[in-house]
Design a protein around this ligand. Structure first.
Ligand code: FE2
Ligand code: FE2
Length: 285
């Protein structure tokens, strides 16, 4: 199959941020602890000096250890694979987050960033309630679930502005995207970039199917459903920021599958604005 025209344009823009291809290897190894080998993992971490520094700094800052963490091996041994994975993912998300590299003129980067934080918070709360997977992981995935939009903001800003204009007229985001991007959506752009960067399948699925959770692979279905619901809750908030007074109907099937009810969702909706306010001040891009 020929590559989609929009993907070719993204590649040709010359603005796409580069992530070393083998960075995904670290994440893959940490996501599959069965094949986890501490020495191989340390070696992989060492190939990314910034990640190594971040890992050691976080530990020395946050922990109440009476010994100082000096090496990556110390850090991973202390944290265990699970937490090292979360830090590695946090690091990679910082490279992918919406920031001042965005070039769109109309599209409001700061409001969109609030939507991402809102999605992270909602995903965290849903996971805390359902206990279906790791809530810190889901928080981090929330920050990058719309990475496809960031890619458009950086590489094809005029296209993103056109989509945004249509949204302001009340057209649904996905419909607006399909009109402007020749049938493509930000979820598909996001999925493409995650694969291009060699990120783990779990992240590829969450990013690629957060708007169509029924298409996700069985293995990642809980993560994708949680992200879908969290995104819907936070989109409701974002649409209000844009001035669109859409009444959102949450997918009953997804709520049923996750075993959460409207009272629980309403509670998240109530908490969201003040929690987003607190967090967006604390997270420095
Ligand atoms: Fe999305
Ligand atoms: Fe979203």
């Amino acid at each position: 199959m020929d590559e989609h025209k929009i993907i070719s344009l993204i590649k040709a823009s010359g603005h796409l941020p580069q992530i070393p291809k083998d960075f995904g290897e670290i994440l893959k190894m940490l996501l599959e602890p069965v094949e986890y080998n501490i020495d191989q993992c340390v070696e992989n971490f060492s190939r990314f000096p910034q990640l190594e520094v971040a890992l050691i700094q976080v530990l020395n800052y946050n922990s109440k250890l009476n010994r100082e963490i000096k090496t990556v091996k110390d850090a991973i041994n202390y944290l265990g694979a699970k937490n090292a994975k979360i830090i590695a993912i946090s690091y990679v998300t910082r490279l992918l987050l919406p920031d001042n590299k965005g070039r769109a003129k109309l599209f409001k980067n700061n409001q969109y960033w609030k939507h991402c934080i809102g999605t992270s918070l909602a995903a965290y709360m849903i996971t805390d309630e359902t206990k279906l997977c790791n809530k810190d992981k889901m928080f981090t995935y929330g920050l990058i679930h719309d990475i496809g939009i960031t890619v458009l903001d950086i590489c094809l800003p005029d296209y993103l502005d056109k989509i945004y204009e249509l949204q302001l007229k009340g057209i649904h985001q996905i419909v607006a995207e399909k009109i402007v991007l020749n049938g493509l959506t930000h979820a598909e752009v996001g999925m493409w970039i995650c694969k291009e960067w060699g990120l783990p399948d779990e992240i590829v699925e969450v990013v690629g199917f957060h708007h169509s959770p029924l298409l996700a692979a069985e293995k990642y279905v809980d993560e994708v459903k949680i992200m879908h619901l969290a995104d819907s809750i936070s989109t409701n908030y974002y649409e209000k920021l844009l001035g669109n007074d859409t009444t959102f109907i949450y997918a009953d099937k997804i709520m049923e599958a996750l075993n959460v009810d409207n009272v629980f969702i309403d509670n998240i909706i109530k908490k969201l604005p003040s929690e987003i306010g607190k967090l967006s001040r604390r997270i420095i891009l």
